[in-house]
Design a protein around this ligand. Structure first.
Ligand SMILES: Nc1ncnc2c1ncn2[C@@H]1O[C@H](COP(=O)(O)OP(=O)(O)OP(=O)(O)O)[C@@H](O)[C@H]1O
Ligand SMILES: [Mg+2]
Length: 234
């Protein structure tokens, strides 16, 4: 895949794969293009060349986020920033996530919301509160919950633990493990690289818009070069 902004090329020929049920992490230095890459996948940034294929046959290359939502492509994305609507309540935020599911009856959507409360019980306790009042960790959980409300098979998370204290980050990582157990395929972008790789099946190291390393997560953790350059090991 190749993409960028205006004439500025950021993603310089990246080929990545996410298999069913896998948790795959993308790590790499700041500015290496991680967010741009995931934005290209979901059509927020146009792809200049290459293809984005879901479930081996559904080609979503060139689809805008609007198309992805209205055509109910089973993929959802939690952006790195501004990932909840602060002036809306928790419940309103969650229901917005279900907006594309026009054909699904209210009861089914309510049922799915209950399932999300099983994973994120704190959201239920605060349903009628404005999202602006949530703590950083709770906000990330709401963003995850909202993405889940569209009933996706594939979830893309862009630095869900950014700006969180370590204990809250751990909580989010545990939730991600739970989501994987539910059968979701997850593409995770993380700064907490070692921590993320520890829960992942495979990983990619993105450097200057190119894949510098790709391997089983375990191998990346034990790769001396990767460790020294990108995992802060010496
Ligand atoms: N909207 C934009 N217009 C122009 N350039 C952009 C835009 N967004 C990002 N860039 C540039 O693209 C490059 C890659 O940015 P990107 O946000 O994808 O990196 P990242 O790997 O996600 O970084 P971080 O770890 O800080 O989140 C950077 O040089 C950045 O300045
Ligand atoms: Mg980023």
């Amino acid at each position: 895949m190749v993409s960028g902004y205006g004439k500025l090329q950021i993603i310089n020929g990246v080929d990545i794969e996410l298999n069913k049920g896998e948790l795959v992490t993308i790590i790499g230095p700041n500015g290496s293009g991680k967010s741009t890459l995931v934005k290209t996948i979901i059509g927020l940034v146009p792809s200049w060349s290459g293809k984005i294929i879901i479930n081996e046959k559904l080609d979503i290359t060139g689809m805008k986020p609007y198309d992805i939502v209205t055509k109910q492509v089973p993929i959802n994305y939690v952006p790195q920033v501004n990932n909840v609507f602060p002036t809306l309540t928790i419940e309103e935020n969650l229901l917005l996530g279900a907006l594309p599911r026009k054909k699904d009856p209210k009861e089914k959507i309510q049922e799915d919301m209950e399932k999300i409360f099983e994973i994120f019980p704190r959201l239920k306790e605060r349903l009628s509160q404005k999202a602006a009042l949530l703590s950083g960790g709770e906000r990330q959980m709401l963003a995850l919950g909202r993405a889940l409300m569209s009933n996706p098979d594939i979830l893309i998370l862009d630095e869900p633990t950014a700006a969180l204290a370590p204990v809250l980050a751990d909580e989010i990582f545990n939730k991600i493990i739970e989501l994987k157990k539910l059968g979701l395929s997850i593409l995770l972008v993380e700064q907490r690289a070692t921590r993320a790789l520890k829960i992942s099946d495979r990983g990619y190291v993105l450097v200057s818009g190119k894949v510098a390393f790709e391997d089983k997560a375990e191998n990346l953790i034990n790769n001396e070069k990767v460790g020294e350059l990108y995992l802060g090991k010496r």
